[in-house]
Design a protein around this ligand. Structure first.
Ligand SMILES: Cc1cn([C@H]2C[C@H](O)[C@@H](COP(=O)(O)OP(=O)(O)OP(=O)(O)O)O2)c(=O)[nH]c1=O
Length: 193
């Protein structure tokens, strides 16, 4: 159980999935949002990007954090063949992304940054996800029905595609969905400043 007696928790995210997952921890929080630039240095190691972007999202709020506030920011990327798949630009881009994931194994990394005036902690969690082979009609059906344009790698594991395509996952389902709640819990449980 988490008791943040001295703090007010803020989720700095527009993602409805992160909101739902943090609620699942049974802790009260408010939401604050801002548009942040999600670019990263092109030479950066792909496994560092999610952590870097979660810190960058936190930086946008640093000036406004009050003494009793604890802020959570996060970022999720899909990595396939050492390439980052971000959010798809359009239907063709989404089709290309899912087709490249079909029949293979990729990784999902979610970085989280927890920030208060006295301390900042950044962590990331990596999960391996294997997809069965999907045919073109299945990929098109998913994109047309679920419109996954707000999702890294053009898919949501919590949606139809997760039911039919994912045949193996090594790591936390919730990390793939957008928030490693077990890591958030560990940090908040002991948050003392
Ligand atoms: C791989 C995968 C991603 N996603 C989502 C999680 C994230 O919301 C989104 C990746 O985009 P992000 O840039 O991580 O987050 P966001 O822009 O949605 O929200 P924020 O305001 O916090 O920056 O993709 C799923 O919902 N299911 C999945 O299986």
């Amino acid at each position: 159980m988490i008791k943040l007696d001295k703090h007010r928790l803020i989720l700095a995210s527009k993602s409805p999935r992160r909101n739902e997952l943090l609620k699942g921890l049974g802790i009260t929080f408010s939401v604050r949002t801002k548009d942040t630039d999600e670019s990263y240095p092109s030479a950066m190691d792909v496994y560092e990007v999610a952590g870097y972007l979660s810190e960058k999202k936190a930086s946008a709020f640093l000036q406004e954090i009050e003494e009793d506030e604890v802020l959570i920011t996060a970022d999720t990327v899909v990595i396939s063949n050492n390439e980052i798949l971000g959010k798809p630009k359009d239907k063709e881009d989404a089709f290309r992304m899912i087709k490249s994931l079909s029949g293979g194994t990729h990784e999902v990394v979610t970085g989280i940054t927890i920030t208060s005036l006295a301390k900042q902690v950044s962590l990331q969690d990596k999960v391996r996800v294997s997809f069965k082979k999907l045919d073109d009609q299945e990929i098109e059906y998913y994109i047309d029905t679920f419109k996954p344009f707000d999702k890294a790698g053009a898919y949501g594991i919590q949606e139809w595609i997760g039911y039919v395509a994912v045949d193996r996952i090594e790591g936390s389902f919730y990390t793939v969905m957008g928030l490693p709640v077990h890591l958030v819990y560990d940090q908040l449980k002991n948050w003392d400043c």
